[in-house]
Each structure stands twice: as structure tokens, then as C-alpha cells.
Design a binder for this molecule. Structure first.
Ligand code: MN
Ligand code: MN
Length: 301
């Protein structure tokens, strides 16, 4: 087993805090609400329950598929009739769990959200240690297509680890007959089907927008405020993703912008592009983190 009991208990506590937060948030998301309110409510609830956000709360609307969190001072709101994916994570001593749900304010979006939940359930009902990754993809894809929708083919689930959201193994959302790799009992995985309309391309591409960041390398920077920001990032987030919102107040307000820019320019910090469905069709998502067992899985979230 890669994790001992003490470590597994940290994963379980992380998952419990995340599950409770997700369930409280389901009825919170409303049309015309500021997006930043959702991000801050999720992150605040996680902290109140004794966890730390493993990454900034993602609120991705319609064709925006993943990796949008509110930048500082975000004024965007939830459009009427939209489909909203909320993706949240907790870490306890670095042990990461990851979950997501979709709220839709139109019937077709609700049907896509139900399909994503059904595809996730089909996967978690059948998955077990030693199962081929490609077969998990087949199960997810078949469930989605049987309901008249299409999976996003180039987004995947992933193994998680300590201070790692993507720990090396990808879990496909489409059939991959040639992929013979297997999931391993004792490892922890996030499974996350994405569902779009049948006429969509079913792929995402990078958008020019970036709202989530991560430490790449602690290196020497000239600007004293950059140095201070970098120290804060290293001490508080290590290698986990963070939002620029989380850095406000670390250095004087008028120094922040240039100091943060320097960290990106010197590649001490990297950014994640926002993903958009290439044909601009709406997307729904569901996600759980599971502990793989020889004969099944334990859903941690
Ligand atoms: Mn997620
Ligand atoms: Mn994930």
C-alpha cells in the first residue's frame, strides 16, 4: 500500500470536509450572483471546517470548461439560464481530495449535469484495482453517448498525491482500447467526466485567460516585493495551485502588480490557461475522489 493508515485518515478527513462543503453549496449558486461570492463562500466554508483549499474554487460557466477562478476584484456574475460547474478541493497536511458538481438554469444543462453524475456513478460502481484505464474510459463514454450526449475527450481524471493534484496517472473519459495501464489498489484517484452536446467537437482548447497559478521553482528574484510574494507562496501553497486573490495584502497594494508579474516573467510561478470547449458548446461535469480497493473503491468525497 502506498499510504499508511495515518495518511489514509488524512485523505478521509479531507474528503469529508469537501463532501460537506459541496452539499452546502449545491443550493447556494443562483442566477445573477457574483462569481467571486461563490469562490469565497466555498473557500471560506472549507477553512471553517478545518481544511485548506487544495486549489482555488473553479467556477466555469457554459463553454468555459475548467480553470476559471475569480481574479482580484472580479465583477462577473452567473448569467441567467447558464450551466455552472463548481470544482473544489481540500488538503489536510497536503493530502488532496477533489470534487465537482454542476448547477444548470436550463433543462438541457440539467440533463447534461445528470448525465455527468450518471457516468461518474457507473465508473465508481465498477472500478477496482487492476482495472484497465481504457475500460474506465469506455464505461464513461458509453454512459454519456447512450443518453444522447458527448464526452470531452481531452480532459481526464487523475491520480492525486501529497501536495499533488495530478500525480501522474490519467483516467480517460473516452474509450482507449490501446491503453493497457491499470489503476492500482491503494492509490487515490479523481474521476471526472465532462459532458457536452452531441453536435459539439467535444474537446477543449486553451483560452488566453489565466486565473490560476502554481509555484514552479524557488529562484532568486531581484525585486524585494517579488521575493516576499514568492516566500508567501512557497510557505502557504507549496506546489499546489493558488489564486491571485489569495496574495492580496502580502505586499503593499501599489507594489503587488509589478511584483506578481516578475514572478511570472522569471518562471518562478506558472499559470494555467482557462479551458474552453472548441465549438463553444456548454459543458457539465461531475467528480469524486476515490481510494482504490482490490474489489471496488471507497468514495472519499
Ligand atoms: Mn476538480
Ligand atoms: Mn480533478
Amino acid at each position: 500500500m502506498p499510504y499508511d493508515n495515518e495518511e489514509l485518515e488524512k485523505f478521509r478527513l479531507s474528503g469529508k470536509i469537501l463532501r460537506e462543503t459541496r452539499e452546502e453549496m449545491r443550493s447556494y449558486v443562483k442566477e445573477n450572483m457574483p462569481v467571486i461570492d461563490i469562490c469565497e463562500k466555498v473557500e471560506g466554508t472549507i477553512r471553517t471546517k478545518g481544511g485548506k483549499p487544495a486549489f482555488p474554487c473553479n467556477v466555469s460557466i457554459n463553454e468555459v470548461t475548467a480553470h476559471y477562478t475569480s481574479p482580484p476584484g472580479d465583477t462577473s456574475t452567473i448569467p441567467a439560464g447558464s450551466t455552472v460547474k463548481v470544482d473544489l478541493g481540500v488538503q489536510i497536511d497536503g493530502y488532496v481530495t477533489d470534487t465537482a458538481f454542476t448547477v444548470s438554469f436550463n433543462p438541457e444543462g440539467r440533463s447534461m449535469a445528470n448525465t455527468a453524475e450518471q457516468a461518474l456513478k457507473t465508473a465508481t460502481d465498477s472500478i477496482h484495482g487492476g482495472m484497465q484505464l481504457g475500460k474506465i474510459g469506455t464505461l464513461i463514454e458509453t454512459t454519456i453517448r447512450n443518453r444522447g450526449f458527448k464526452p470531452i475527450s481531452n480532459l481526464t481524471g487523475h491520480s492525486v498525491g501529497r501536495y499533488l493534484i495530478h500525480a501522474g496517472t490519467s483516467i480517460p473519459n473516452v474509450a482507449q482500447p490501446l491503453s493497457l495501464s491499470k489503476v492500482k489498489a491503494g492509490e487515490v484517484y479523481a474521476i471526472e467526466p465532462f459532458v457536452t452536446l452531441p453536435e459539439a467537437e467535444g474537446r477543449v482548447d486553451d483560452s488566453p485567460q489565466e486565473t490560476i497559478y502554481r509555484l514552479l521553482k524557488v529562484k532568486s528574484v531581484n525585486n524585494e516585493y517579488s521575493k516576499k510574494l514568492l516566500k508567501h507562496i512557497e510557505g502557504n501553497f507549496r506546489t499546489l495551485p493558488f489564486a491571485e486573490r489569495w496574495l492580496i495584502g502580502v505586499v503593499p497594494k501599489e507594489q503587488h502588480k509589478a511584483a506578481f508579474k516578475e514572478l511570472l516573467k522569471t518562471k518562478a510561478v506558472m499559470s494555467y490557461p482557462v479551458f474552453i470547449e472548441v465549438t463553444r458548446k456548454p459543458v457539465a461535469q461531475a467528480e469524486h475522489t476515490v481510494l482504490m480497493k482490490p474489489d471496488g473503491c471507497e468514495i472519499l468525497t
